[in-house]
Design a protein around this ligand. Structure first.
Ligand code: IPM
Ligand code: MN
Length: 367
């Protein structure tokens, strides 16, 4: 089969990590007889530099005609980059939000898994790391605080800012349904995370999730307040299977979950709508501090490409082969700096490698 992949390399480490994911896709193509053709799409700071805006209509159109989009990361250093002198709607992040909204990518899947090889990179207590964890954070991606009305104005001489958190029952229903569907293919447990002791939007969220849960009698459904969830993630992450939550809570909890896997450089993500189309990107940012150094961890992006194979192309076997190759490389002792143990000596079997070498090693293990 031939697949048309839109590629948003973006800013910072984006182009470096995307190059490795493309290498891996090409290797899969060779071994399994698929053809991936790529179309570069501008978004983020590089689009601002080239066109004046973070995402053009042409870029949206190019994404729409792709079978799926592979993305690196966007944005720069908020203190030093000229992009952040622009009004918020013209900054790099606005491009990503517009793309998510235009393509109706309401379901964001962020799997957080602790490889046993990375236990020493996990900042949790040894007994907790030893128990391991394997969870899927399902984050609603096109509603809530990110897309509600906002304004900043002077009221009675006092600067005042407002953001609004809006969800309707249909938006909650479709993400909840997706969460339960995914739970059915996993350990059949959904933890719906909200702040129902304070927020109306959370009370509606809980009600709709309860209703959806009735259609999935095999799935255990529990509700957890977001502050408690943040605590449980570091106390006992093994308890989670699917974490189902709204946009902002999901943003925060997925960063927390990524760190306990060893590094944010390990966490892939898929943003899906109700077609086969998806946008696949590492959960981490553009890391401007290490951009261009060839040391960024490409694993999250490579695993995002594996998610593309699975969710957009139904190539489950190929996705598993990529995931197994990543695991093999870790078992063989190769690490990028972010996941390396603190002490690397010649006899602990660990070798620190750069971005490109890590991509090559994954390819070598795809046969
Ligand atoms: C993410 C990022 C984005 C978000 C930013 C870049 C707008 O942090 O994908 O988690 O907040 O959704
Ligand atoms: Mn985030």
């Amino acid at each position: 089969m031939k697949y048309k992949v839109g590629v948003i390399a973006g800013d910072g480490i984006g182009p470096e990590v995307v190059a490795e994911a493309k290498k891996v896709l090409n290797r899969i193509g060779e071994v399994f007889g698929h053809e991936f053709c790529y179309e570069e799409i501008l978004m983020g700071g590089c689009s601002i530099d080239a066109t004046g805006v973070p995402l053009t209509e042409e870029a949206i159109a190019a994404a729409k005609v792709s079978d799926a989009v592979l993305m690196g990361s966007i944005g720069g250093d908020a203190k030093t980059s000229p992009w952040y002198q622009l009004p918020p709607e013209l900054r790099p992040e606005a491009g990503l939000l517009k793309l998510r909204k235009s393509l109706k990518l309401f379901a964001n899947l962020r799997p957080a898994y602790l490889y046993k090889e990375l236990k020493s990179a996990c900042p949790l207590r040894e007994d907790i790391a030893n128990a391991g964890f394997d969870m899927m954070i399902m984050r609603e991606l096109t509603g809530g605080l990110y897309f509600g009305e906002r304004k900043t104005e002077e009221l009675d001489g006092v600067m005042t800012a407002v953001d609004t958190l809006v969800y309707n029952e249909n938006e909650i229903y479709r993400i909840a349904k997706r969460g339960f569907d995914i739970a059915m293919k996993r350990k059949k447990k959904v933890t719906s995370v909200d702040k129902a002791n304070v927020l109306d939007s959370s009370r509606l969220w809980r009600k709709v999730v309860e209703k959806v849960a009735k259609d999935y009698p095999e799935v255990a459904c529990e509700h957890m307040l977001v502050d408690n969830c943040a605590m449980q993630l570091v106390r006992n992450p093994a308890q989670f299977d699917v974490i189902l939550t709204e946009n902002m809570f999901g943003d925060i909890l997925s960063d927390e979950a990524s760190m306990i896997t060893g590094s944010i450089g390990m966490l892939p993500s898929a943003s899906l709508n109700d077609t086969k189309f998806g946008l696949y990107e590492p959960s981490g940012g553009s890391a401007p501090d290490i951009a261009g150094k060839g040391i960024a961890n490409p694993i999250a992006t490579i695993l995002s490409a594996a998610m593309m194979l699975r969710y957009s192309f139904d190539l489950d076997k190929e996705a598993e082969v990529v995931e197994a190759a990543v695991k093999k490389v870790l078992t063989d002792g190769y690490r990028t700096e972010d996941i390396a143990p603190q002490i690397v000596c010649s006899n602990n079997g660990i070798e620190i490698v750069g971005t490109a070498k890590m991509g090559d090693l994954v390819c070598e293990n795809i046969r």
